[in-house]
Design a protein around this ligand. Structure first.
Ligand SMILES: Cc1cc2nc3c(=O)[nH]c(=O)nc-3n(C[C@H](O)[C@H](O)[C@H](O)COP(=O)(O)OP(=O)(O)OC[C@H]3O[C@@H](n4cnc5c(N)ncnc54)[C@H](O)[C@@H]3O)c2cc1C
Length: 705
C-alpha cells in the first residue's frame, strides 16, 4: 500500500495507524527561557510578562484558533534547542536533521526524517552559552500549505496543534511571519498610496505642522542633513525617496580616503582631526565591530526594516537571522559605498570634508547653515547655504557643534552616560570561560560555535563608595559594553590633546584578543562634584578624564594601562604588562588614580562581581586601558516627540546619538528613519500615519546600543 492511500481528505480528521500521535501531556521538549545577558539583574524570570505578551495571551484565550486556519498560513515555532554535536554549526542557517528532530517533537510527528526541510525557514538562530550544555536556539517558521503538499501525512498532527505563546504560535500578521520590507520599498509604497507627486501635482505646501519654513511651490523643499552616520544616512534616504532636495554634509571623508587616514594614524601616528575613527562617512560605527544588536527591541518592525535596508546595500542576509548580528569593518565599508551611490542616484548632494560651523537663524527659524572646508580649515572658504530644514545628525563627538548650538540658545539638557576603562583579555581565555571544552570549536571564528562574548551588569550601591551620599547617586549601574570578541582596541579621540578608546573587529572576529568597555553610570551629581555646570557639563567631564589619560600615557596617543589584578590592588603594574591589540603603544600607569575615587571603587567592586559570573575574568593577562568616556551622548537636545523638531528652534531636527536619542548603529538608524518621516510630513511630502507604516517609535533616550 502506498502511503498516499492513507491520507485523509483535507481538513477531515482521520486517525493514522502508521503515525500514532504521542498523547503526552505538556510540552514534548523542555524549554527554558533564553536570555543572552549573563548578569543576574537583567535576567527576566519566566513568570514576568511584558505588557505586549500579556495582551497577546489574553487575545489568544478569547479567540481560539479556527481549525481551518490551522491548516494554512504560517506557524512560528520558537525556542527549539539543538545541541552542538547535532548542529552543522554557527554559519549554517538552513534546516538540519537535528533541527527537524526538534520540530518533529513539537508537532508530535513520529518520523523526523520524513518532514520536508523545504516547509521550514529558520528566522532566528542564536547560541546560548549560559547553560552547562550549550545549544543553538532556533525560531522556525512553518509554511503549512507547503508542508501538507510535500508530506500530506502531517495533516493530523497539524490539526491537533494548539498555540502556546512564546513556543508555538499561528502567525496571522504578515510582519510576524518575517515578511519585512526594506526602507526603500516602504517609502515608495507610501508615495504610491499617498498619491503625492511633488511638483508634477503642483503640491509643495510646506509648513504643514507649523515646522519647517514655507518654501516656494515651484521647487522641492531643500533639506540639509548634517552628519553621515547611521542616523543621517537613514534620514537622508527617507527624505530623498519622498522627493526632498537633500544635501548630506559631512565634515569627514568618504570611506576610501577615511580608510587611508585611519591607516596613517595607526601606522604612522598621523592624526587627522576631521577624518578618524569618529568622523567620516558612516559615522562612528564604520571602523567598529558593527554589532547590530540594540536594546530598543529585537524583532520589531522598525529594526527589521533597518536590517533589511542594510541587506539591500550589501550586508549578508544572515544578519536577519542571527540573534546577535554583526558586520565587522570589512563589510561596513563596501556597504557604505553602495549606500552613497544609491543616495547620489536619488539626487542627494553629498559634501564630504565640509563642516557645519553655524546655523543661520531668522526669528526662531533655521534658514540654513554656515559651512567651511574642513580639510584645509580655511575660514575664507566659509559659505552660507540656505535650507528649509536642517537635520542635525552629528554624533556624540561633535563638541564644537554642541557649543555652537548653545550660542543659539537651542534647548539642551545634561544626560546621564557612563565612563570607565576598556578591558582586554586573550580571546582564548574568554572562549574557555564561556564554553569550557567547547572552546576548541571556536577556531578563530571559523569553527562550529561563534567566538565567545560576554555581557555583565551589576548595580553598585553607595555603601561601596567612599563619598558622601549627596555627592553621587545612591546606586550606580556598572556594566560591560560594546564587547568586541576577536577585536582590537582603537583610538577614538577627536583632538590630539585628549585620549579615549573604543573597540572594533572584522567580520570573522579572528584576532587574539577580546575587549569590552567596563563602565559606571555618571550623572549631574558627578559633574557638580567637579564644579561643572550647565548643559555641556558632561562634555567637560569627559574632556577632563580624556586629558588626564593622554597625560598618563605620556603623549603620542600612547594608552595608559594596568593589569586588572593591579587595578584591584591599586598599585602600578611594574612588571611587564601583557601584550595589547592597541597599535599605538601602551604604558603602565596608575589607572586607579585616573577617575574620582568613588568611580574607581565602583569599577573595582563590579569587577569582583563579574568574576563570580565569569570565573577567570580577573587574570594577570587581563589588561585595562584608559579611558572609555564616549559611551553615549552627554547631552540631550530637546525635541518634540511627534514632529522631531527642536523645542526651541523651528526647522531644526536633532537626531541620533549626538542628540541623545540613540546609542548604537541600529538605534541611530531607526531614529533617523522616524525623523525623516516626521520631517517629510512637516514638509508636506507625506500625509499618512508614521506609526501605521513603521510601528510605534521606541523611546530611545538612554539606550546603549
Ligand atoms: C570604535 C567604535 C565602535 C563602535 N561599535 C559599535 C558597534 O559595534 N555597534 C553599535 O551599535 N554601535 C557601535 N558604536 C557606536 C555607534 O557607532 C554610534 O552609536 C552610531 O554611529 C551613532 O550614529 P549617529 O548617526 O547618531 O552618529 P555618528 O555615527 O557619530 O555620525 C555623526 C557624523 O556627523 C559628522 N559630523 C559631526 N559634526 C559635524 C559637523 N559640524 N558638520 C558636518 N558633519 C559633522 C561626523 O563626522 C560623523 O560622521 C561604536 C562607536 C565607535 C566609536
Amino acid at each position: 500500500m502506498t502511503s498516499s492511500k492513507l491520507i485523509a481528505p483535507f481538513g477531515i480528521y482521520s486517525p493514522n495507524p502508521i503515525f500514532p500521535r504521542t498523547k503526552s501531556k505538556g510540552s514534548v521538549f523542555s524549554v527554558k527561557p533564553v536570555t543572552i545577558v549573563s548578569a543576574k539583574k537583567a535576567i527576566r524570570t519566566g513568570k514576568l510578562k511584558y505588557p505586549s505578551e500579556k495582551k497577546k495571551l489574553k487575545l489568544q484565550k478569547h479567540s481560539p484558533i479556527d481549525e481551518r486556519n490551522k491548516l494554512g498560513g504560517v506557524w512560528g515555532i520558537f525556542k527549539l534547542e539543538v545541541s552542538v554535536d547535532k548542529d552543522p554549526g554557527n554559519d549554517f542557517l538552513g534546516v538540519s536533521d537535528g533541527l527537524l528532530e526538534e520540530i518533529a517533537k513539537v508537532l508530535k510527528f513520529p518520523v523526523a526524517s520524513m518532514l520536508p526541510p523545504e516547509a521550514f525557514t529558520v528566522v532566528r538562530k542564536s547560541f546560548d552559552a549560559r547553560k552547562k550544555e550549550q545549544k543553538f536556539v532556533y525560531t522556525v517558521n512553518m509554511d503549512v500549505s507547503k508542508l501538507l503538499s510535500l508530506e500530506p501525512r502531517t495533516i493530523d498532527f497539524i490539526s491537533e496543534l494548539e498555540p502556546k505563546t512564546g513556543l508555538i504560535e499561528h502567525l496571522t500578521d504578515q510582519r510576524d511571519s518575517g515578511d519585512f520590507c526594506d526602507l526603500i520599498s516602504i517609502v515608495q509604497n507610501c508615495r504610491k498610496n499617498d498619491g503625492i507627486s511633488l511638483l508634477t501635482e503642483g503640491l509643495a505646501p510646506g509648513n504643514q505642522n507649523g515646522g519647517s519654513r514655507v518654501y516656494p511651490y515651484s521647487r522641492k523643499p531643500k533639506v540639509a542633513v548634517v552628519g553621515s552616520g547611521p542616523s543621517g544616512l537613514f534620514a537622508s534616504l527617507v527624505l530623498a525617496e519622498f522627493g526632498a532636495d537633500v544635501s548630506l554634509i559631512e565634515r569627514g571623508q568618504a570611506v576610501e580616503q577615511r580608510g587611508r587616514d585611519i591607516g596613517a594614524l595607526v601606522v604612522r601616528r598621523m592624526f587627522q582631526e576631521e577624518s578618524n575613527f569618529c568622523f567620516g562617512e558612516g559615522g562612528a560605527g564604520t571602523w567598529s565591530d558593527g554589532k547590530l544588536v540594540t536594546r530598543i527591541g529585537k524583532n520589531s518592525y522598525s529594526i527589521m526594516t533597518v536590517l533589511k535596508t542594510l541587506v539591500h546595500f550589501g550586508a549578508p542576509k544572515s544578519i536577519l537571522v542571527y540573534g546577535k548580528p554583526h558586520l565587522g569593518t570589512d563589510r561596513l565599508v563596501p556597504l557604505l559605498r553602495s549606500f552613497r551611490q544609491y543616495l547620489q542616484e536619488l539626487g542627494v548632494n553629498i559634501k564630504f570634508g565640509t563642516r557645519v560651523n553655524d546655523l543661520l537663524v531668522e526669528g526662531a527659524h533655521v534658514v540654513g547653515v554656515g559651512v567651511s572646508d574642513s580639510v584645509n580649515n580655511l575660514e575664507s572658504a566659509s559659505l552660507e547655504l540656505g535650507y528649509d530644514a536642517v537635520v542635525l545628525a552629528v554624533g556624540h563627538s561633535a563638541r564644537d557643534t554642541y557649543q555652537m548650538l548653545l550660542s543659539h540658545n537651542v534647548d539642551m539638557v545634561q544626560k546621564d552616560f557612563a565612563v570607565g576603562l576598556r578591558i582586554e583579555h586573550p580571546q582564548e581565555l574568554i572562549n574557555g570561560i564561556q564554553y569550557s571544552e567547547l572552546a576548541n570549536e571556536v577556531q578563530n571564528g571559523k569553527g562550529k560555535v561563534p567566538v565567545a562574548d560576554y555581557k555583565v551588569a551589576e548595580y553598585v550601591s553607595a555603601e561601596y563608595e567612599d563619598t558622601p551620599l549627596s555627592s553621587g547617586p545612591t546606586r550606580r549601574s556598572c556594566y560591560s559594553f560594546c564587547m568586541c570578541p576577536g577585536g582590537q582596541v582603537v583610538l577614538t579621540s577627536t583632538d590630539p590633546s585628549e585620549l579615549c578608546i573604543n573597540g572594533m573587529s572584522f567580520s570573522r572576529r579572528s584576532s587574539r584578543w577580546a575587549n569590552a568597555a567596563l563602565v559606571v553610570s555618571v550623572s549631574s551629581k558627578d559633574f557638580e562634584a567637579l564644579n561643572l555646570h550647565g548643559p555641556l557639563a558632561g562634555v567637560e567631564f569627559q574632556r577632563e578624564f580624556e586629558r588626564k589619560a593622554a597625560t598618563m600615557g605620556g603623549g603620542n596617543f600612547v594608552v595608559p594601562v594596568q593589569t586588572v589584578t593591579d587595578f584591584l590592588e591599586s598599585k602600578l603594574s611594574v612588571k611587564r604588562v601583557p601584550s595589547s591589540s592597541y597599535r599605538l603603544g601602551v604604558k603602565a600607569a596608575n589607572l586607579h588614580e585616573l577617575y574620582p575615587q568613588h568611580i574607581t571603587e565602583a569599577l573595582q567592586h563590579s569587577i569582583l562581581m563579574f568574576e563570580k559570573e565569569l570565573p577567570g575574568f580577573i587574570s594577570n593577562n587581563a589588561l585595562l586601558h584608559g579611558v572609555e568616556t564616549r559611551t553615549s551622548s552627554p547631552v540631550k537636545i530637546s525635541r518634540n516627540s511627534d514632529t522631531y523638531e527642536s523645542t526651541s528652534l523651528k526647522g531644526l531636527y536633532p537626531v541620533g546619538e549626538g542628540a541623545g536619542y540613540a546609542g548604537g548603529i541600529v538605534s541611530a538608524a531607526v531614529d533617523g528613519m522616524y525623523a525623516g518621516f516626521a520631517l517629510a510630513k512637516s514638509l508636506g511630502l507625506y500625509r499618512g500615519s508614521i506609526e501605521h507604516v513603521l510601528g510605534k517609535a521606541q523611546n530611545t533616550g538612554l539606550i546603549k546600543y
